[in-house]
Design a protein around this ligand. Structure first.
Ligand code: 5GP
Ligand code: ZN
Length: 114
């Protein structure tokens, strides 16, 4: 049994603001938002990081990105642009080891990120 916060959110064992879900994906608001819009888009299947993805995960990776685009298009706040981020591994700032995309926007996003 994996002790994973996002698996607990997906199974509703832990509370979160779920924005969207289907059989394979859940989207919820980040508990510590870094921008006016900060959603987390996660596969329901536990995959710990992008590094752990295999050929088998091609489909779900595509679905995660397309869901980010679809949700962004519905957010008036993101009309001027948005950022989609995957932090992979601890040096990149990954804190939760269940694959997730950050959908961020609603403010100017500096580049390069610090
Ligand atoms: P990472 O640093 O792994 O790329 O991002 C993890 C994100 O998950 C962080 O932005 C953090 O604020 C968010 N997070 C951590 N714990 C929870 C939680 O219990 N609920 C929600 N909604 N977000 C969380
Ligand atoms: Zn998990």
């Amino acid at each position: 049994m994996i002790d994973c916060i996002f698996c607990k959110i997906i199974s509703k064992e832990m509370k979160s603001d779920i924005i969207y879900e289907d059989e394979r994906i859940a989207v919820f608001k980040d508990i510590n938002p870094q921008a006016p819009v900060h959603h987390l888009i996660v596969p329901k299947k536990h995959i710990s990081s992008l590094s752990e993805c295999t050929e088998e995960d091609k489909g779900i990776i595509g679905e995660l990105f397309l869901k980010a685009k679809e949700l962004a298009e519905k957010e008036p706040n993101l009309a001027g642009g948005y950022r989609v981020i995957i932090n992979n591994g601890k040096d990149a700032g990954q804190a939760v080891f269940h694959l997730h995309l950050h959908l961020l926007g609603g403010r100017r996003m500096p580049w390069p990120p610090s």
